[in-house]
Design a protein. Structure first.
Lengths: 224, 175
């Protein structure tokens, strides 16, 4: 991810993120380029697993406490509130909603993604801390679903974010989502849910795809 | 409504008076006379609500049709006003000074059809599409399917069937 640098057109940046000059306390002029100066420029690295029983224990712990980012895109987000109601009660599986990406380990892309929403989803995903997992809900994330020929919705989510579990359906019911969480737990316990490492490894490819459709890129290359 | 139409007819060159099902009446007017008419409808005739304001792309005629539907809540009347403007360098007078929310309709039309409304607040800002660099997507010469196939990595294997023949094969394979 070092060979190719993306340039951001200044007109897409919010006014506070454009390069500007600030006057310091003693009157000196300081030139600030917020995108380079205020944000971390490092790229994510592949994290190799621990060995033997330690990794097994960690994977067990990770699988039994899935904290989901309360973020909904498209119509699938309406299936998530019932999941946490007494009828389906996802809490008994250790699944819990969190309000910020910093506290969550799972992001559910719940349905169609407009290009505008994809930008926010990427930003949220990159802000989450490792280990992190992506669940793709509904057929729209698999092949575009009924929006496959739309000018503004993506077709395949796995070209932009590393997907661990797909839940097919239009829309899947909460039972299906619970089954998806079960599948994700199996994957984590067997050590196969390596989405974050996959993302770090193939970052150039993911970024190429993202930049192909997000033409007003107005954030750092990787949003820590 | 007939009184109103004949009243308008005396003052404005309207044509094609059509009574649509559902009680609305549609009239067609030339673009330059629209703002005086709609101002008079709002101030003198009680048409205080702008219900919808949208555009139709008549590609073959090289025209955009703008449709304004105004409502008179007291008399429970709907009046639609149709205006045709040229498709090339499409530009129309803004009505945001009469209804604030018209500015939102106009911003949407600028983005989706490329119709300009000079002076309308925020008309050049992106509304739903961010960083769009193609022709406006709701114009009929924009090929949505081709654009999506070129841009969004379609997953191979999607097929379509004619519903009638497919169901016949499924249900009555011998016939």
């Amino acid at each position: 991810m070092s060979e190719k640098k993306y340039t951001t057109d200044e007109k897409f940046l919010a006014p506070e993120n454009r390069p500007h000059t600030v006057i310091g306390p003693t009157g000196e002029e300081i030139h600030v380029d917020p995108l380079n100066d205020y944000f971390c420029q490092d790229m994510p690295k592949v994290q190799s697993p621990h060995t033997g029983i330690v990794e097994k224990f960690l994977n067990w712990a990770r699988a039994e406490s899935l904290w989901v980012l309360a973020y909904g895109t498209g119509c699938g987000s309406i299936e998530l509130p019932p999941l946490f109601s007494p009828r389906f009660d996802a809490y008994r599986f250790g699944v819990m909603m969190r309000p910020t990406p910093r506290q969550s380990g799972v992001i559910i892309i719940s349905g169609y993604l407009a290009v505008k929403t994809l930008k926010r989803a990427i930003r949220s995903y990159e802000q989450m801390q490792n280990p992190k997992y992506v669940i793709a809900l509904g057929s729209c994330t698999i092949n575009g679903g009924m929006y496959w020929d739309s000018y503004n919705t993506i077709n395949r989510l796995d070209h932009y974010l590393p997907v661990d579990v797909y839940i097919a359906g239009c829309m899947p019911r909460p039972e299906a989502i619970l089954a998806g969480f079960g599948k994700l737990k199996e994957l984590i316990k067997s050590g196969n849910a390596e989405g974050a490492n996959q993302y770090a490894e193939n970052l150039q490819w993911y970024k190429d795809n993202q930049h192909k459709i997000i033409k007003d890129w107005n954030m750092p290359t990787y949003n820590w | 409504m007939n009184e109103l139409i004949s009243h308008i007819k005396e003052r404005f060159p309207i044509s094609d008076v059509v009574d649509a099902p559902g009680g609305a009446t549609f009239i067609t007017l030339e673009a330059a006379k629209l703002v005086p008419l709609i101002t008079s409808l709002k101030t003198n005739h009680g048409f205080s609500v702008l219900v919808i304001f949208t555009a139709v792309d008549w590609l073959e005629d090289g025209k955009f049709q703008l449709t304004y539907i105004v409502n008179n809540p007291k008399e429970k009347q709907d009046l639609g006003i149709r205006v045709f403007i040229d498709r090339e360098n499409a530009e129309m007078e803004s009505i945001h000074h009469l209804w604030h929310h018209a500015a939102t309709f106009q911003r949407e039309m600028k983005e989706m059809f490329g119709i300009d409304f000079p002076g309308s607040p925020g008309v050049d800002d992106p509304f739903m599409l961010e960083g769009w660099d193609n022709i406006p997507p709701m114009r009929r010469d924009f090929d949505t399917k081709k654009y999506a196939e070129e841009t969004y990595f379609p997953r191979p294997g999607r097929g379509t069937n004619d519903p009638a023949t497919y169901m016949k094969q499924k249900l009555y394979p011998d016939e």
